[in-house]
Design a protein around this ligand. Structure first.
Ligand code: FAD
Length: 318
């Protein structure tokens, strides 16, 4: 079922959903199930599965020269989606990237998803590969997520890349896109970022999931700005509980989001990461309760492959 249909069916009640990462190459799919199992009692209508593009590593050869190798450390997004739908009978939402994909790769990827009975996709640009500063699309790929949304919409209308295809079957994907309450790191301003977010919606995206934020006011202001710009689709808040001291520096650096001073000081005063987890869970419970009181359709948790703190939050919230 489509995310938009889940929202309609929930009739104003906030529902629980979460996102998982495929396991590192070499690990078993059981590691995924072990993290999903404890969260199923909260009846998530869908589970997102992230996509991880290739990375370049350099291996030193015997002669001292370096050899560039392409590796995918977390393959398996499509297989995990199929396994989730099969095992839990809930919708699995694969993330689909521009990065690393030609339009032809994208079309074939979407055909696989359609054949597997997947109803929703999250359309994203992806980041630059680690060795580069700026995002570079493939030669025959997409520069922006809005171009990817456009391709998905074309397929939803039966328009494949090969225009000579006759009687081609349309897909029927519901499309999610990313939104950034504190603006995307490359955007010159929040207004310009919302301008391009609107473009993704105009091209056919059906709902927005936000980047993590730790101050609900940022989310409320972002929603107000989006509505003022005429964006009417659901805006699902994404939440992540802090769990280590290291994240105090890593999160602002990597995701360009601010942490409120009260949260920072509470984490600084923790004696160990067990205490940090408790602070993070408590903070996230309070954020969740306030968001529910403001009628958000879903609370979407970034589990980062660990379910225990998400379970502790969900127990208090749902
Ligand atoms: P876009 O919407 O293309 O925007 C990228 C930048 O370009 C923004 O600054 C925007 O303002 C600007 N822009 C957009 N259109 C134009 C235009 N026409 N002209 C000029 N500027 C423009 N990454 C992964 O690798 N895998 C994942 O599974 C994944 N899941 C995510 C899930 C969520 C909910 C979120 C919020 C992020 C996720 N990401 C993931 C990270 C995401 O790929 C990065 O944040 C990426 O840098 C931007 O992706 P986007 O889809 O928002 O890009």
């Amino acid at each position: 079922m489509k995310v938009t249909e889940h929202i309609e069916q929930s009739k104003g009640k906030t529902r629980f959903s979460f996102e998982i990462l495929p396991p590192l190459k070499g690990q078993n799919i059981e590691s995924i199930f072990n993290n999903i199992d404890p969260l199923m009692e909260f009846n998530p209508p869908f589970i997102d599965v992230t996509y991880h593009r290739e990375e370049y590593i350099y291996k030193e050869l015997e002669n001292g020269l370096l050899q560039k190798q392409v590796v995918k450390k977390r393959p398996g997004t499509v297989g995990i989606c199929a396994a989730i739908q099969n095992k839990y009978n809930v919708d699995a939402i694969p993330h689909v990237l521009c990065g690393g994909f030609t339009k032809e790769d994208t079309e074939n990827f979407l055909i696989d998803l359609d054949f597997l009975g997947i109803d929703n996709v999250m359309a994203l640009r992806g980041d630059a590969v680690k060795s580069e500063i700026y995002f570079k699309p493939e030669k025959e790929g997409h520069q922006y997520a809005s171009d990817l949304v456009d391709q998905i919409e074309c397929l939803n209308h039966g328009k494949y890349l090969d225009e000579e295809l006759q009687n081609s079957a349309p897909t029927d994907f519901c499309v999610g896109v990313a939104g950034y309450p504190e603006k995307h790191m490359e955007a010159p301003s929040l207004d310009s970022d919302i301008h391009f977010l609107k473009k993704k919606i105009k091209k056919g995206a059906d709902y927005i999931v936000t980047q993590m934020f730790f101050d609900n006011q940022k989310y409320f202001e972002f929603v107000d700005k989006c509505r003022a710009e005429g964006i009417t689709v659901p805006i699902i808040p994404g939440l992540k509980p802090i769990s280590t001291k290291k994240q105090l520096n890593m999160i602002p650096h990597r995701f360009k989001v601010d942490l409120p001073d009260d949260l920072i000081m509470a984490v600084v005063n923790c004696k160990n990461n067990q205490q940090v987890r408790e602070v993070g869970v408590e903070w996230c419970i309070n954020q969740s309760k306030e968001l529910i009181n403001n009628g958000v359709p879903f609370l979407h948790y970034y589990s980062m492959g660990k379910s225990d703190n998400i379970k502790n939050i969900a127990c208090k919230v749902f």
